[in-house]
Design a protein around this ligand. Sequence first.
Ligand SMILES: Cc1ncc(COP(=O)(O)O)c(C=O)c1O
Length: 435
Amino acid sequence: MGSILIKTEIPGPKSKEIAKKRERYVASPMNPSLAPFYIKKGHGAVVEDVDGNRFLDFTGGWGCLIVGHTPERIVNAIKSQAEKYIHTDFTAIPYEPFAELAKMISERAPGDFEKQVAFFNGGAEAVENAVKIARGATKRKAIVVFDYAFHGRTLLTMTMTHRVMPYKYIFGPFASEVYRLPFPNPHYNNLKVGDFEQELKDTVYPEDVAAVVIEPVQGEGGFNVPPEGFLEEIRRVTEKYGILFVADEVQSGYGRTGKLLAIENWNVVPDLITLGKSIAAGLPLSAVVGNKKYFDALPKGSIGSTFGGNPVACAAGIEVLKMIEEENLLKRAIHLGEIIDKRFKEMKNKYPVIGETRGVGAMRAIEFVKDRKTWAPDSETASKVIQESLRNGVVLAGAGIHRNVIRLLIPLVMTDEQLNEGLDVIDRAIQAVTG
Ligand SMILES: Cc1ncc(COP(=O)(O)O)c(C=O)c1O
């Protein structure tokens, strides 16, 4: 028997009842949700809605659930911490879980130098702080980002994010000193890896640049994998001009690619790394980890946040790292990724609407195009496949600047059977949608 169970129309009657409250009271720009149903409970890769339907969750709350829903050991760590103290603010009354998790992350981040960690609440806040640290340490102002990037929705990170609708819309004026360079993509530009230095120099005076910020594998932008040598070239050029290399691992980090940090798939050591999403199993926690000398360049008290590194979130974070290691989740990411890759390639052979399948480890995506020659994006098919899959029990996330990509953000605790069951649903959905 599979994990999926659909007993009512979706959304069912109880979900519809709750939706009335939402329509009336929840701020309308916060609509819609990916799923039209309301969750009752979740465990592992499965969520049950308030009407008793069961779905496979291939989104993990937009990539926050590498360890799955409600893993027992993490729930216990959360309960145990909450019973002792829930909040003090580390800068008011300090506590060990903050220091312990900082130690654990420092020890695991790449780089043969002393590292330190600062904690915040969400991914955008981590990116904002990485920029502040880079500016403070280099005494420079400019920040370089890339096409298709997503770094968040605050004023600065919205500026760093590429996509206009809906993220940037008319929310300007945008932050100054943010420069965007092309991300090599054979379908959209002819940029070669070796062009990066000239592109940089044509755009901004390199000695004015504090940091180049890049997602080692782009998330929201469509799971774009940098071409061979691109990250190494950025590292070479940033070193040449005294620019910090900031890897935004908010989405790619924490095991999804088969390494704890995606950047470890390349021969590159960043100066600063931002972490978020999965690092506390769904509790709000984010971090900047990096070379101690950059933190040391800043005045005391110059970065921080009231809730950042909350004790309950840190207790969960400690248990997440232990779980990834003790339950061999990195190996599992590679294994699940191989299954996905094989199945996606089979689908590509069957359906001309699939232009490309790509990814690293379990971080995998399908790109839909109207025509493999013109590479015209097919967002309509992507959207219909997501809807059809939902009706049949799989919650899927879209991606891509043109919204023509489906990305898998699966929990690494998913069984092979669950993965194949979900992939069967996707396969049948593409068949149904494309006729
Ligand atoms: C690479 C990357 N950076 C930053 C963010 C922003 O994180 P948050 O939504 O937690 O602010 C995201 C969110 O999707 C992301 O994928």
